[in-house]
Design a protein around this ligand. Structure first.
Ligand SMILES: *Cc1c(COP(=O)(O)O)cnc(C)c1O
Length: 432
């Protein structure tokens, strides 16, 4: 196993993804290409579902955050596994609907939904719209009225937590484009406004504290703040929230340096925390949900590239350039995110060649990793970048008019195309 169950080496010393030889896969599907081990995705869905049931209660449901990875084939899997889905744009809603996803199990997010977005969500029968602010509340009340329905909503609340320092730097998160802050009193105001809307049915509250979180502390703090808020609202208005959704953000191990994460234990500890806080306030526990995105798909994904050049800049460093880069994975360029890179043809050989992995764009910042060590490649070698299932394909662009790679779904030892490779004609398809 290399880092996660989906990655291994075979008797030829090749990297395998979901049990299939990466070199053979590259011959069949070309490079660059994204691969997704669907059995691993299903295993994570089942892990969340069974543990939420066990530790959060029978009304709780994990909500898959589609912004991590979104295409029809994946929504089919999420639907089959019985999870709900969170969409953040009409494009994601359209994808879920086209995949036959039950739209009553969809949460619709976003800090700036247009009137057209809201009308589209209502037309598709989206279960819960997560309303971000007062302007949106008024617009939704009007649009739901025009459609002759009463729309179920959650309100997005800003609890004021900075997950990166794990301290309550209250102002840090209150200053956010998302939600309504408890600290400023605006959260309370929007609750009163929502309760007064004719065409809106307030089901509860939502918050999201951040991403790539490795321990339960930020979630636990969010739970505490949100449950205290719910208790205060109950005391002052008599309104009881049915649902509390504390967002996504469970971390993923990208490299050997990242800690291993015991998801089940984290969910168990959080569940206990919810129970004890509810007991403290003498309140009935609302239906608890969370919205994992990254942790469901990241570790099931890998990207395979072909090396085009190995350039040793004397006195400086070695550049290994591949046939992809920031258009298929912008995360190093955006966040200096670290990845595990392997020579897919010598996955069990000593990783002793220090290099920078560069993309093919006309942009010096187009890098995928720096200071990594791999078995020395040459022109034509297949390289694997592991743990690319989240925020790679979903963030991909056509920068430099580079066609986007396909997404290959691997399940039970078989590979099939989930999203086909873009062609040059796709690239000019919209040009008039
Ligand atoms: C990004 C996001 C998520 C998913 O976060 P992950 O880190 O991928 O688990 C869930 N909910 C909301 C509101 C988000 O913005």
């Amino acid at each position: 196993m290399i880092l996660h169950n989906s990655f291994n080496t075979n008797e030829k010393g090749h990297l395998t993804i979901g049990g299939l030889d990466a070199v053979c896969l590259s011959r069949e599907f070309g490079t660059p290409a994204y691969y997704l081990d669907c059995n691993a995705v299903r295993a994570m869905c089942r892990m969340y579902k069974s543990n939420f049931l066990k530790y959060f209660g029978e009304k709780s449901l994990p909500v898959y955050a589609g912004k991590a990875l979104c295409f029809k084939g994946l929504y089919s899997i999420i639907a089959e596994e019985g999870l709900a889905a969170d969409c953040v744009s009409s494009g994601e809603l359209h994808t879920a609907n086209a995949a036959g996803f039950p739209m009553d199990r969809v949460f619709f997010h976003g800090n700036n939904k247009t009137d057209a977005d809201l009308a589209y969500a209502i037309r598709l029968g989206v279960g819960l719209i997560v309303v971000d602010g007062l302007d949106e509340l008024a617009a939704l009340d009007r649009i739901a009225g025009e459609a002759g329905i009463r729309q179920n909503i959650l309100l997005r609340i800003t609890p004021g937590i900075d997950p990166h320092t794990h301290q309550k730097i209250v102002t840090g998160n209150v200053d956010s484009k998302f939600g309504s802050a408890i600290m400023t009193g605006q959260a309370f105001d929007i609750v009163k406004a929502a309760l007064a809307c004719k065409n809106i049915n307030l089901k509860g509250f939502h918050c999201h504290v951040g991403s790539q979180i490795f321990d339960i502390e930020p979630f636990s703090e969010a739970a505490e703040i949100m449950l205290a808020f719910i208790a205060k609202i109950k005391g002052e208005t008599g309104y009881s929230a049915e649902i509390l959704n504390i967002g996504g953000g469970f971390g993923v191990r990208y490299t050997e340096e990242d800690p291993e994460i015991d998801y089940e234990n984290n969910i168990r500890m959080l569940g206990e925390r919810f129970d004890s806080i509810c007991r403290e306030y003498g309140m009935e526990k609302p239906s608890i949900s969370m919205e994992p995105g990254r942790s469901i798909v990241a570790a099931a994904g890998a990207t395979l590239y072909t090396v085009g050049s190995v350039k040793e800049v004397t006195g400086f460093r070695n550049y290994v350039s591949v046939d992809g880069g920031m258009p298929d994975n912008p995360r190093y360029t955006l966040y200096q995110s670290k990845y595990t890179v392997v020579n897919a043809e010598k996955a069990d050989a000593a990783a002793d060649y220090e290099c920078t992995l560069a993309g093919r764009c006309c942009e010096s910042g187009d890098l995928l990793a720096e200071g990594i060590k791999i078995a020395k490649p040459q022109r034509g070698t297949i390289l694997g970048v592991l743990v690319t299932g989240a925020y790679n394909y979903s963030m991909a662009s056509n920068y430099n008019r580079i066609p986007r790679p396909p997404v290959i779904m691997i399940e039970d030892g078989k590979a099939r195309v989930g999203v086909r490779r873009e062609t040059f004609d796709d690239i000019i398809h919209l040009d008039i």
